[in-house]
Design a protein around this ligand. Sequence first.
Ligand code: 9L3
Ligand code: MG
Length: 134
Amino acid sequence: MTERIVVVGAALLDGGRLLAARRSAPPELAGRWELPGGKVEPGETPEQALERELREELGVDAEVVERVPGEWPLKAPYILHVWTVRLRPGSAEPAPLEDHDALRRLAPDEIWDVDWLDQDVAAVREVVARLRST
Ligand code: 9L3
Ligand code: MG
């Protein structure tokens, strides 16, 4: 079986809005929007990896809530898993510290206003469908 490396992405929901982050690197992805996150490192659980990535990238103290069902292929060998997350009380507000140059909190009717990475579109669709059904 081919090895797969999980990339974890965050559906950070705040007051009914979804956080989107605009990548500043690498050049082929710069300017496109994504669910922030990154690669799970050896020895980490996906939850630990996502909390670490959000601390590094956005400066926040986030708590992973639950997995959004599904998995979405990225450039091999990566595969995207998405989790809903929320900010712990006392967390700083998200800021684009690393790898991003802009953040937006998208209301439900603004979700498709940004140019999501191709690979994130299906994941975002799943996140939005679940928002509507809760
Ligand atoms: N990726 C795609 N969508 C996402 C994330 C967090 C990552 N929501 C892709 C971009 C990179 C790879 O996964 O090719 C690793 O991500 P990172 O560690 O550069 O954030
Ligand atoms: Mg990242």
